[in-house]
Design a protein around this ligand. Sequence first.
Ligand code: SF4
Ligand code: SF4
Length: 492
Amino acid sequence: MTQYLNSFPGGLKLPGRKRRSTATPIRKMSLSHTLVLPLQQHIGEVATPCVKVDNKVLKGQKIASSNGHISANLHAPSSGTIKEISEHPMLHQSNSSFPSITIETDGQDKWIDRRITYDFTHLSPNDLCHLISDAGIVGLGGAGFPSFIKINSGIHHYVETLIINGAECEPYITCDDVIMRERAQSIIDGIEIMQRALNVNNCVIAIEDNKPEAILSMRIALNLNQRIRDTKIVVIPNLYPTGSEKQLIQVVTGKEIPGSGLPIHIGIVLHNITTAYAIGRAIKHSEPLISRIVTVTGTDLDNSGNFETLLGTPIHELLRFCGTKHQVGAPLIQGGPMMGYNLADNNLPITKTANCILVGVENTAKDTNPLPCIRCGDCATVCPIKLLPQQLYWYSRSRNMDKMQEYSLFNCIECGCCSYVCPSKIPLVQYFRLAKTETTNKKRESQKANIARIRHDNRLERQEYERVARKEKQRKHKITLATRKANSRSEN
Ligand code: SF4
Ligand code: SF4
């Protein structure tokens, strides 16, 4: 029976447009001749290459090591030769270049020796955390936060509930839906591993009511697992943006996380369903994160669907594989039409967080000759964070950063609901993204200036100290000389 829980303010009922990519099972994308792997496909520090140009590598071999506390390892998605370590354009909002490793594949797709651990029940939470970290797993729902850090929180904090996010609320995207339909057993393995590592039994798998096949498949896999305990599937209403972290927690538990708070502050750890799958494969089958399921869909395709794609595969090959009619300059988005970003070209490589390539569909917040704001208030009605988008809009136009912060700009989750309903077609979310970037850059600049000023002041202070010390030394030296002279005179 359908069971609904709590709700959050605002939100939108959007047309799903998901059927076009769920008609066929997951297909395997063919092996590309060249794979380009940016060293930062995650939140945190850039990974450090541990291979050199001309090195031979095997599939699954580590090619870059995590660097610092928040970072992630990177592995070769296929066997071949390292051809280049240099800057390369990357799939990123900024459409800029990042240091990357290029592999020329040899067509053999030969794995490194792997230690398959079918029984992981003897592994300690620490062992499991290390293995998840070694496998380079990051949040695959789009955030890219290194997963072992959240898993590690079980060692340092009391975790009351693990929530698995199976709410894929953006239109068009179906990679989570199909992975639940087809690979539920590995997802359940991943959930059991996370429960052990976090030392928590209570687990909720939240799936939207528009995914009946996924719900059924997950229920069967859950029933087949004899060890897993206190884990339940809850069906939640299909309302955008339920899949966002704070909104899902509110729906499932009724608890609200304050502005800058984290789920762990209220005893919750939340992971995406595909991350659970990747963890299951990493521990049981010793497979590092080298591929992901990508939804390729939209209006200019013969063959929409979900494709198991090696990281580093160029988007244009994926599009060709789907029989695209996409023309250069036509809309191409990474992600969905609400939160996705436009891509400058189709030669960019697939990364760990690339869940969807949307072809021929415009971003809902596209800047198309907006009209003046008529102060209708519709944008505030749909905001799931209870912000006042029209006020933020006015302050962003006047570049009043202080006021924008006063109106909680940084609590905006960039869901795009406000832009979607605005009758004047004002691309509100674009203004907010820009304002956030500008504010962050300004803060960074001012921090840099402060550090430079402190360094300069310290230098002046040190120079002054040295000058005084030198003078004092000279004075003492003079006194010593004068004393010696006086002494020698008195002796004579
Ligand atoms: S929805 Fe658009 S027109 Fe209405 S108040 Fe908000 S910004 Fe103004
Ligand atoms: S984009 Fe930001 S301001 Fe607009 S509805 Fe979403 S959270 Fe609210």
